[in-house]
Design a protein around this ligand. Structure first.
Ligand SMILES: Cc1cc2nc3c(=O)[nH]c(=O)nc-3n(C[C@H](O)[C@H](O)[C@H](O)COP(=O)(O)O)c2cc1C
Ligand SMILES: [Fe+2]
Ligand SMILES: [Fe+2]
Length: 403
């Protein structure tokens, strides 16, 4: 039995959810699951916008069949060639062999790299701004290169002002029957997941997101339908667009501190707890703290995107930076995080390397300002060096106040 929902006149959500998958892209934990959204427009012509992951093929194909209610599928729009949305392209083309497949030059190049079905008779290449009439509905295609793959397009439905935004505006989130952001009360939990998705999946492509936001200004947008997570209706669009604007400009959402440490025996951890205590006494609120060996980096990165300040602390391990801290900082660097204030604490027993390596990674990132004098602890922080930690706390507190 199919599970479909009309989201606007003759436009149906025909996607599905996966709550079993442990990690998205085999990398990011998804305790709240994930949805793969796909949309079907029924007009004089019928059009399917993107498909779904292989994990939910069965329900998806049934949804499409029931949504079409005996009609043929005229168009298949490919906004994004990533396999989580393309696993069912061939199945759709085999079921509806007359279907016209809409994409751009890059879309078809990638299609050929992934699949072997010959679609030379089906393919229709579109260019920026080109329109396709379905009857009452008209689709207009906008390219959105590198948000977050090169072939990405967004499809704008002109008559109702609906933006099919590809992975942009998406989130880790399995849907619980309610498809719309305005239908849930636990918005804060959802937004944490939306930010974690943005920072980790799209984070590196802030400039390209900015370019798309500029391109779309002036368009009347009444609904944003992403490929994952909840759908945005008109009243909430300014809210999410403002978040996207901040995130993609690498501007912190909030003045505050996220502290994260690596620690084997608890000595580095102790220093960080001590620092947080000192900061709290100086009036700093809403601090977040993570053990990088325990918490998946995607959560730390999400908070690094949110807050203005961060504190990183790590011991030396085999003349290197402790691997999980090394990997986390490199990930942040690859994602292009910038414009943050950073305080650093190292720890070693006989020959120091951690602090130097953290300084090097942070130093290569853009507009990262070091706050306070980096502290290199020798095994444990002795009372005679407490003043150095106090100085870091003073510097962070002062910097938070001055912003
Ligand atoms: C396998 C291993 C390798 C280490 N390698 C170094 C090293 O190369 N240089 C150094 O100064 N300390 C090294 N250390 C010592 C730690 O940096 C030191 O114990 C530190 O105080 C640990 O802090 P923690 O209690 O927060 O884990 C190593 C420790 C372990 C267990
Ligand atoms: Fe994607
Ligand atoms: Fe995706």
């Amino acid at each position: 039995m199919s599970i479909i929902q009309e989201i606007s006149q003759q436009i149906f959500w025909v996607g599905g959810n996966d709550r079993r998958l442990e990690r998205f892209e085999n990398m990011f934990p998804i305790p709240n699951g994930v949805s793969y959204n796909s949309y079907l427009i029924i007009d004089e012509k019928t059009a399917l916008i993107d498909t779904v992951d292989s994990s939910i093929s069965e329900i998806f194909l049934e949804n499409v069949k029931d949504g079409l209610a005996g009609r043929n599928l005229d168009y298949l729009i490919i906004n994004h060639m990533e396999p989580d949305h393309c696993a069912n392209l061939e199945a759709i083309i085999h079921r509806y062999p007359e279907v016209k497949v809409i994409g751009n030059a890059k879309t078809f190049q990638f299609f050929e790299q992934y699949y072997s079905t010959d679609i030379s008779a089906n393919r229709v290449e579109v260019k920026e701004g080109q329109e396709l009439s379905l009857g009452k509905h008209t689709l207009r295609f906008y390219t959105a290169p590198m948000v977050h793959w090169p072939e990405v397009m967004m499809t704008y439905e002109v008559s109702e002002g609906i933006l099919f935004a590809s992975d942009a505006f998406g989130s880790f989130w399995a849907l619980s029957g309610n498809l719309f952001f305005d239908e849930i009360d636990h918005k804060e939990i959802f937004m944490e997941e939306a930010r974690r998705y943005y920072a980790n999946i799209v984070g590196r492509y802030g400039m390209q997101v900015q370019a798309v936001l500029k391109k779309l200004t002036g368009l009347e947008i009444n609904m944003i339908c992403a490929l994952h997570g909840l759908i945005w209706r008109k009243e909430d669009i300014p809210y999410i667009v403002e978040k996207y604007d901040l995130w993609s400009k690498y501007t912190p959402e909030k003045k505050g501190v996220v502290l994260f440490y690596a620690s084997m025996y608890g000595n580095t951890e102790h220093v960080v707890q001590n620092l947080a205590n000192k900061l709290a006494k100086r009036g700093v609120r809403d601090m977040r703290m993570y053990d990088v060996s325990k918490t998946h980096p995607s959560y730390v990165i999400s908070d690094a995107w949110k807050y203005s300040h961060m504190v990183a602390a790590s011991p030396t391990y085999n003349m290197s930076l402790y691997f999980m801290m090394d990997s986390l900082l490199k990930e942040m660097s690859v994602l292009g995080l910038k414009n943050r204030k950073v305080s650093l604490i190292g720890n070693h027993t006989w020959a120091s390397a951690a602090l130097k390596e953290m300084q090097q990674i942070i130093g290569e990132m853009k507009n990262m300002e070091i706050i306070g004098t980096p502290l290199d602890v020798r095994s444990t922080l002795k009372p005679e060096r407490e003043a150095e930690l106090d100085a870091i706390a003073d510097a962070i507190a002062a910097s938070l106040l001055e912003q």
